[in-house]
Design a protein around this ligand. Sequence first.
Ligand code: PGA
Length: 298
Amino acid sequence: MRSDNQSQRRRRARTRRRKRPLLFAHCLYEEHHLLGPCRRFSAIIYRLAIMSSRTFFVGGNWKMNGDKKSLGDLITTLNTASLHDETEVVCGAPTVYLDFARSNLDARIGVAAQNCYKVAKGAFTGEISPAMIKDCGVEWVILGHSERRHVFGESDELIGQKVAHALESDLGVIACIGEKLEEREAGTTEEVVYAQTQAIADNVKDWSKVVLAYEPVWAIGTGKTASPEQAQEVHEKLREWIRANVSEAVADSVRIIYGGSVTGANCKELGSQNDVDGFLVGGASLKPEFVDIINARA
Ligand code: PGA
């Protein structure tokens, strides 16, 4: 098993390698005397370089599934699998298994809690805090998942407060957004996801620790995946929204991942879209095919 330090060194070296073409493409793009097709060509190269500069991110959301035996078997499969070196992998474990998952998963695989509360401690029966998550050696939390929003009634405001506190506590946040079927059919997808993103963005100072997960509610657990074009369309619009409302730099660097019935069979096509920087995977993350999804860009 690799140590944390080794993993960090490897990750830094990978980031340096990945940034080289980006720097080259940026210099080319800044050459303002290039005209017409040359300038358009350099813009395409620049966009592709930006895309490849974002580390592909695959999260598994185990939800309220599994036990020590089945999760232990899954962990063994992940620890011994050949995983694409350039992909960041994080598994979202049920609260009671966070310690178990962190102690048993290889250090190259991150662990996420599936929820947390908005303060460090206190009389909040049944809740857990970012401080407790960190105390288990866990570095991520999933917030705003559609099941938290629509089964447990969490509001944009509460999700924003949780995002702020988790980031202040130095956790990475996988922040989820997505429209319901009736909202898509009513043509309000953009309005809904922009409002959800605004409530998150209002609470983020440092975007380097945020991954945005676009998960259309109608695609979650239904076997009805968004087509690659549908996913790309929303991801691209979200990136443009971030460009206009947060900053150019954040728009270029933030990972926007897709969730909703991702499988080994559809991951390659979805993952080849310019603005799809990875996945949040529910059902398939509990199966060996999760390895194929991790390796979608391999
Ligand atoms: P699914 O779940 O892959 O089972 O559709 C995705 C999610 O809820 O994050």
